[in-house]
Design a protein around this ligand. Structure first.
Ligand SMILES: Cc1cc2ncn([C@H]3O[C@H](COP(=O)(O)O)[C@@H](O)[C@H]3O)c2cc1C
Ligand SMILES: O=C(O)c1cccnc1
Length: 346
């Protein structure tokens, strides 16, 4: 698999910084909002980049590891929430509307195929296998999921999407994300496994043991991200890894959501390290593995709202900060045009 990620455009980033420095404010006084405007310029290669068409991709799939009692909710919630997304009633629908983003729901392998209209069918199977007994998926399925995500990025780009937001739905997927994160960062399961939908202390200890068992069985090689995804990943996680790669290949910024989409980005960057330049970390999830993987990726989250929902909700909130960064860059007056005196020692 050949993946060519274009280099960050430093000249465009410098041009954006130069403009920000002429605006009526002390230099860098808008802090990380300015850094965001500068990074977006370097990603897109355009110091005046704009994001008219924004798409939240919510990939959904089921997980065989739910047999091990790792979630506070039953597996059928995945399919039920897909119907809720299609009807417009989920948290991501509300927050995407607020941020003027469209929601694209993709069935990557929900156990029972969704019947709602508008759900894209990219099914790789009726959910993954139980990773504590066998690989979650075949290598061919992992490769197909990544290819599906890359193709979807190409289709979205052709349709005019200029910024991509990642979202997911899949009961049990924090277990898969923990296993992927442990495998790729080398951190112990206990450090990267959390309560997901709300496990109590006893259930959390059991979930950590489940992740440890899967890692002991497969011994996934961190140098082989497709191998990691096939052993302990999920169809939506592998698909999102591909989506990240496909967007980065086209200089399209990607706003990551929480822990699960973060684990997908970690896998994507293990395949193509240059993809990291195109990532925006929206928030830091309550899941302990999220901070670990953001650290490994060298990304600092914009928000810390104690979110632990997923679906792309944190990404949709951060899109409003992207809009703020772009508006400041474009709409603030410069010192000269506003007749404001400049710094004394300048
Ligand atoms: C009603 C409901 C809506 C959700 N939306 C996202 N998730 C989140 O919770 C799941 C992961 O947690 P775990 O690994 O503990 O199952 C994923 O589906 C994630 O998207 C939800 C979970 C529930 C119950
Ligand atoms: O960090 C997340 O995205 C998350 C955490 C818990 C449950 N679902 C998603």
């Amino acid at each position: 698999m050949r993946i060519d990620i274009p280099e960050f455009d430093q000249a465009a980033a410098d041009a954006a910084q130069h403009r920000l420095d002429r605006l009526t404010k002390p230099q860098e006084s808008l802090g990380r909002l300015e850094e965001l405007a500068v990074r977006l310029a370097g990603m897109t290669g355009n110091p005046r980049c704009r994001f008219e068409r924004r798409t939240v991709v919510v990939m959904a799939a089921d997980h065989g590891v739910t047999e091990e009692a790792v979630s506070a909710f039953p597996q059928e919630v995945t399919a039920q929430m897909v119907a809720n997304f299609a009807a417009g009633g989920a948290g991501i629908n509300v927050l995407a509307r607020q941020a003027r983003a469209q929601v694209v729901v993709v069935d990557m392998g929900v156990r029972t195929a969704p019947t709602a209209t508008g759900v894209l069918d990219r099914r790789l199977g009726p959910g993954t296998r139980n990773m504590t007994r066998e690989p979650a998926m075949t290598r061919a399925q992992a490769e197909a999921a990544v290819a599906t995500g890359r193709e979807l990025a190409a289709q979205l780009a052709a349709g005019g999407t200029s910024i991509v937001l990642t979202g997911e739905m899949g009961i049990g997927n924090t277990t898969a994300a923990s296993a992927v994160t442990a495998a790729l960062t080398g951190r112990p399961a206990a450090e990267v496994t959390g309560r997901g939908t709300g496990l109590d202390d006893g259930a959390l200890a059991h979930k950590i043991a489940v992740v440890e068992r899967a890692l002991t069985l497969h011994r996934p090689d961190p140098a082989d991200p497709i191998g990691v995804l096939s052993a302990v990943g999920g169809f939506e996680i592998a698909g999102l890894a591909g989506l990240v790669l496909g967007a980065a290949e086209r200089r399209i910024p990607v706003i990551l959501d929480g822990f699960i989409t973060g684990s997908a980005a970690l896998a994507a960057c293990a395949m193509a390290p240059g993809a990291r330049e195109y990532l925006i970390a929206s928030h830091r999830s309550v899941e302990p593995g999220h901070g670990v993987l953001l650290g490994a990726l060298g990304l600092e989250p914009l928000l810390d709202l104690r979110l632990r929902l997923g679906e792309g909700t944190g990404a949709a909130l951060a899109l409003q900060l992207v809009d703020a960064a772009v508006a400041v860059r474009d709409e603030m007056a410069e010192f000269a045009e506003a007749g404001v005196s400049e710094r004394l020692d300048g």
